[in-house]
Design a binder for this molecule. Sequence first.
Ligand SMILES: [Zn+2]
Length: 255
Amino acid sequence: MPAQTRLFLCLKDNYGVLVHDTERKATAAIDAPEAAPVEAALRSTGWTLTDILVTHHHGDHTAGIEELKSRHRCRVVAPEAEADGIPGVDETVRENDMVRVGGLEARVIETPGHTLGQVNYFFPADRLLFAGDTLFSIGCGRVIEGTPEMLWASLLKLRALPDDTRLYCGHEYTAANIRFAKTVEPGNAALAAREREVARLLAEKKPTIPSTLGEEKAANPFLRADAAEVAANVGLAGKPAAQVFAEIRERKNRF
Ligand SMILES: [Zn+2]
């Protein structure tokens, strides 16, 4: 049986998401920005919370953990390098560890850059990627604790995943990301197609995620820093991809 998912907004623009194994009745929340929307999603699905898989220590991803854990006695899985800053951690994980949610299995991918210890969870059988604040649709996280080079290397690990992988990220930032991406690649047809799709989704008051990694590889400038036309468009033709990436990230900070 494929994994089921339930996506919902938390706080201002955070996403919460549940991943559910129907056979074994296990359900994981990916991060816990706040408890109430997670509870509402559990009530509407009838699922029971068994696990919380944490991507990183920021409060807008962890503030709901203690309340949910005290009520559901669920297991809290978190990145080893950030466990001290995350409440209620039962198990820590690092690169290539496998995490089970009932019969579902996720591979841990360390993606430092936004924070130093961030991890993402990739469910290979269902082609689901939970990218936290590393990769957004048509964008990426800010470099807060690491370096641009570090985040670029992390994004390359995500880019190596299959095109049909569905990308779940931590925030609804897609429309603003598209406005910026057009300044980097005004002639990108895949980006124009994504812009039309996102406009339609937002007009229908629907989330813009999940997207697919295939769409992101074609349209997200932060995954395209090694494309010759992207380097040329930011005045860095022939320069190393990490340098081009750093320039794009810096321009986005100022945008
Ligand atoms: Zn964050």
